[in-house]
Design a binder for this molecule. Sequence first.
Ligand code: ADP
Ligand code: MG
Length: 279
Amino acid sequence: MSFLRSLANRDRVFDFLVPAESPVDVRHGPILYLEDVSVSFDGFKAINDLNLTIDDGELRCIIGPNGAGKTTMMDIITGKTRPDAGKVWFGSRHDLLTMNEPEIASLGIGRKFQKPTVFEALSVFENLELAMAADKRILPTLTARMTPVIRERIEEVLETTGLAELRQRSAGILSHGQKQWLEIGMLLMQRPRLLLVDEPVAGMTEQEMERTAELLTGLAGKQSVVVVEHDMGFVRSIARKVTVLHQGSVLAEGSMDQVSNDPKVVEVYLGADADEEVV
Ligand code: ADP
Ligand code: MG
C-alpha cells in the first residue's frame, strides 16, 4: 500500500526512475576486451584473430581501408554478429558472447549508426524525452511523473550536444550535423558506458566537424568512446590512440603520427582507394 501511495506523490524522485548505473566492473582492467576474435562469411575471414582493449574513459579511433572489418567488429561487440572464435568481455564481469543484443545494450553499450535516425516530426526536446522513455528499465506509463529527473537529464544532454537553443525546433529541419548530434544525445540519455560511433562526420561541413570533435573529446573520460572514421583530418584532430585495422586484424596501434609513419600502414593505404589516403 505504501508503495502505491508513494507513486501518487509526484514530487518524489523514485529510485526506479533513475537510470541504473551500468554494472560493468572496470576495477581491474579495461572496459572492453577482445581476444583472438575471428569470424568468417562463406569462408572469407572478415575478422581474423583480432585483439583489442579499450580502457575506461578512453577515446579510441579505428581506421582502416574499406572491408577491413570495422563495421563487423562493432557488430560483434553489440551482439549482432556472433564470432566463430575468441573472447569478448565488457569489463571483467560480462562475457558478451553469452548475451543477446538487447542485453548488451542494457549493460550500457550504445551504438550510433552512420545514418541519423531521429524522429523528424518531433522537436529536439521530444526526441530526447523519447530516448529516455525507450529505456525498458523505466515504466512508460509513469511518464507524467518522471518530469524532474528526465528534465534534468535532458538539460544536461542539450548542453553537452550544443542543442540547447534548438530545443523546440523540429528535428526534421535540423542540419545534417545537428541531426547527428541529436542522435548522439539520444544515446547519451541512457548514460552509456561505452559509445560506438560509425563515421560521425561523413557529409558534415568543416564547422560541423569541428563541433563534433569537441563533442566527442568532451565525452571521453565520462564514457569510453570508439570512433570508426575515414576522414583522416578529423581523426588527427581528435585522436589520442589510433588502431589501424586491415584484413580483420590490428595492423598498427599508437598515436596518429606513429601509425601514419608506419611503413605497413602507408603500404595498405597506397594500395587502397585514393580518397582513403593517410595524410
Ligand atoms: P569495413 O566496415 O571496415 O569497411 P566490414 O566490416 O563492413 O568492413 O566488412 C569486412 C568484410 O566482410 C568485407 O569484405 C565484407 O564484404 C564482408 N562482410 C561483412 N558482413 C558480411 C556478411 N553479413 N556476409 C558476408 N560478408 C560480409
Ligand atoms: Mg564499415
